[in-house]
Design a protein around this ligand. Sequence first.
Ligand SMILES: Cc1ncc(COP(=O)(O)O)c(C=O)c1O
Length: 457
Amino acid sequence: MYPELQKELETFERRTPKSAQSHQKNLKRIPLGVASNYRAYDPYPIFVKEGSGSHFRDVDGNDYLDHNLCFGALMAGHCHPAVMKAVEKRLSTGTMFGMPHDMEWELAEEICDRFPVEMVRFGSSGTEATMHAIRLARAATGRDKVLKFEGGYHGLHDAALVSVKPHAPEFGDVNAPISVPGGLGVPKTSIANIPVATFNDLASVELRFKENPGQIAAIILEPIMMNVGLCIPQRGFLEGLREICNRNGALLIFDEVKTGAKLGWGGASEYFGVKPDMICLAKSIGGGLPLAAFGAHKSVMNLISEHKVFHGGTYNTNPVSMAAGLATFREVLTRANYAHVDKLSQKLTAGYRKTIAKVGLQAYIANAGANGALMLYPKEIRNYRDWTTIDIDLWRHYWFAMVNRGVMPQPYWWDEQWTISVQHTDADIDKHLAAFEDVAPALAKAQQERTAEVVAH
Ligand SMILES: Cc1ncc(COP(=O)(O)O)c(C=O)c1O
């Protein structure tokens, strides 16, 4: 670890002693001391106390400008007034019934208005949405295999936990990546059913279809791969996947858990002009409550109506989440708010780019809709393997240095990205940029020294 990073870590520990204590307590009863592996990092994670608008405070009383926003699930920002009002109204009239109600068709209408689907079912998490979408695709085609991309993340079920963060040498040739389980406990049969291809490489997709004739039910992908920072589809890639699916009788599933709300009003299909057969939504559509949905053409969703595919869930369409969802669609994810976020995003991106150029940092900014990331690479990444070349210590230096200056620039982990909420302001972006300007010279210096060291060896 180099001295400047060491210094930032010491500052972090000095500022957050209560988080360290809370983490020690959690560790006794909860593996890694966290409720989801993504929340664990060294030396310990920040323990949160409360949030409002674009900020949160930790248990030590430090205030942070929040661009983590629950891993991008809060484009509404914390406690959005419209969401709070709707939720409070519901809380005193019953939180769960396990029975149908009128908010269901209302929210289904909202979704079908924006996205290219005719019918939807609801759930509580992105994992559920992709799991059911995959099952439906298998039922619709009578095929078991589902193609995914190396580095793509679609949740925690067996079909999704394949080649999420595989390592060399087990991941094989980039032109024909090997399907690698994402940890123990994923059955070998699941792995065998998930052929993997390389993002932005249509030839690797064609190869998989050739190797598995008539066996691939669907391609599932995030239209922008967002679990490797931001990996943008190159021109023609999404169109090419659409054509390959059409030619092979497979369905195209857009996992829009992140992109659905955060790219723009109509999600990725509007943004890129490519229509999938199925979409999966979660995170920011709930405005801060657990809400998910998956949808498709009637001919696919009718498999549920005809009792051929089973779907259920105790928490589905609980009135509190649905009230939050309706308020989110109608009062948060509006065209006017997208324009506001877009303006802030342009400003943040331009500011970062100016500072990067000024200090000579080898990096670029990727951005799309409410999302963006400082990508510590000399040139744009095209796929998962490009992403693995990052200098992790340099990224940690960036993250801890920003956090020490009261700006959480994105969730911890260099595979994530920032989110700008509808409650962020111009002043927030100024604060973010001022922190980066303060940090950037040390980052550039460290990068130059580390590059020189590598060359010397
Ligand atoms: C693209 C994508 N799909 C699916 C999921 C899983 O969603 P959840 O964590 O709500 O189960 C995530 C979560 O980060 C995601 O980013």
